[in-house]
Structures are given as structure tokens and as C-alpha cells.
Write a protein that binds this ligand. Structure first.
Ligand code: UDP
Length: 250
């Protein structure tokens, strides 16, 4: 532990380039994705990513609520990201705070770029993301879960949306930050990629980095997204390799 002011700051990077959990700078945490985890939703997915546990449920296309949001030329995509009170060490106040609203908004906007919404005018596609356990990168885990859930619901999309956060820790650029790295690192840069086109449809940044570091982060993040993309497709293959009669019980 180093000491900065009164705050205990953990050493995020060892001299041989290892992180607090032993990962190398370009290594992802372990990811497990299960498509079709809920029976009541039109589509769903459960993602365990490091110590994050995130459920996504998709409903629709269905009637729009509230009614005034209805659009005559396309479906409206609505997202509600929620962090359970028990998902973090210090109990989080339940309900929608500013952070949840912001995350819900950027995720809905990311999906607007890939869903063929004009195929379902006057309807709503509703995405619910519930964070059951949080350890940094939950908006990315939420995007991954929601993306697989949308595919599971049969919503036509250009592509799935893999997502990951890259950051700067101990002066180095690192893939997929965990909580201590997010808290004590110098920067955090979540992103979501359309793999087919290479376009980023979500890019946020907290902290500071140089232009060269930003370029390095984008490269590393895009590579990470491509690895996650393979896991997302595999989860859908596993789900749909089952016989149709097995699906309800899956
Ligand atoms: N966090 C928390 N309480 C909160 C919000 C966040 O403990 O009210 C933790 C949680 O582990 C979260 C991390 O801080 O994953 C980083 O939050 P951030 O806002 O950067 O979003 P995320 O990285 O989860 O997308």
C-alpha cells in the first residue's frame, strides 16, 4: 500500500507488469454469458464478468408506455439500468439516481445505432439491466447482457455490441478495469463496438490521458471487444443448439 494524503492507495501495477489480480495489462477478467436465463422475458441473458453479475431482460416490440413517447416511423428503444442496493460493499440507495439515468441513456443510444427500429413503428423495445453484484465495468457488462438478450428476443440488429472499459493504472494502459483499478487508477474509458464496421457507438471517459494513450486505449479496447464478441456469439450458439422443445426448460 502506498500512502497519498490520508487515503490508502493500493499498488495497482507490480514492477513486472502484473495487476492486483495477477492479470497482464491486456488480459480480460473471466467472462461467462448465458443466453435465455429468464422465462418471462422475450429475450434475456445473464453475464458474470469478474465479480460482476448482471441480468438483462428484453420485452417487445410491444405497446409504448408512456404513450407520448410513441414514434410513428420507428420503435422507441427504452433502457433501464438499475444497480441493486446489495450489489456493492456500501449499500447503494435504491432507485434511479443520476448515474443510473446517464447509463440507461447512453446504453439506449448505443442500441439505437444497431437495432432496425424502423421495422417496428409505434412500438417500444424495452431493455432492463439489473446489476446484482458490481465490481466496475457494469455498464459494459450491461451492454453485453442486453445485446445477447436482444438477439435472444429475435430483434433484428446490424450486429451484437461487445463492450469493455480500458483505463490507465500506475501510468500504463490496461484492459478491463476491476474496482480498485477503477477507483484508484488515473483514467477509465468504457466503449462499445460494432464489430462488423469497427464503429464505436459508446465512448466515455473519466480521468486524464494523453492523445497517444487514448489511441493505445482504443486499440486495446477494440481487441478486447472482439474477444468478448466471440463469447457472445458462443452463448447464442449454445442456446440455439438446443432442440426447440428444450428451450422453455433451458
Ligand atoms: N459503485 C458503487 N456504488 C455506486 C456506484 C458505483 O460502489 O453507487 C462501484 C461499482 O462497483 C461500480 C464501480 O463503482 O461497478 C464503477 O462505477 P462507474 O460509475 O465507473 O460505472 P461502471 O464501471 O460500473 O460502468
Amino acid at each position: 500500500m502506498g500512502n497519498v494524503g490520508a487515503k490508502e492507495v493500493p499498488v495497482l501495477l507490480s514492477p513486472d507488469g502484473r495487476r492486483i489480480d495477477g492479470r497482464k495489462l491486456d488480459e480480460l477478467r473471466e467472462i461467462r454469458i448465458r443466453a435465455g436465463a429468464l422465462h418471462q422475458a422475450d429475450g434475456s441473458a445473464f453475464v458474470e464478468w469478474g465479480a460482476n453479475k448482471v441480468m438483462a431482460a428484453v420485452y417487445g416490440p410491444r405497446e409504448v408506455h408512456p404513450r407520448h413517447l410513441q414514434q410513428n416511423d420507428k420503435a422507441v428503444i427504452q433502457c433501464r439500468y438499475n444497480m441493486a442496493a446489495f450489489s456493492v460493499d456500501e449499500r447503494k440507495r435504491p432507485g434511479l439516481d443520476r448515474r443510473s439515468q446517464e447509463i440507461s441513456k447512453v446504453i439506449a443510444e448505443a442500441f439505437e445505432s444497431v437495432v432496425f427500429a424502423e421495422e417496428y413503428p409505434r412500438t417500444s423495445i424495452d431493455i432492463y439491466i439489473e446489476v446484482l453484484q458490481a465490481n466496475a465495468g457494469t455498464r459494459c457488462a450491461g451492454l453485453v447482457a442486453a445485446s445477447v438478450a436482444l438477439a435472444d428476443a429475435g430483434i433484428p440488429m446490424v450486429d451484437l455490441l461487445p463492450a469493455v472499459a480500458v483505463g490507465k493504472i500506475g501510468g500504463a494502459i490496461a484492459l478491463d478495469l476491476k474496482k480498485e483499478e477503477d477507483n484508484f487508477g488515473e483514467a477509465d474509458l468504457p466503449m462499445a463496438l460494432v464489430p462488423q464496421s469497427g464503429r464505436l457507438v459508446l465512448l466515455q471517459m473519466e480521468g486524464h490521458m494523453t492523445e497517444a494513450e487514448l489511441a493505445e486505449s482504443l486499440d486495446l479496447g477494440v481487441k478486447g471487444c472482439r474477444d468478448i464478441y466471440e463469447k457472445m456469439k458462443q452463448a447464442l450458439r449454445e442456446r440455439y443448439a438446443l432442440r426447440p422443445s428444450d428451450r422453455g426448460a433451458a
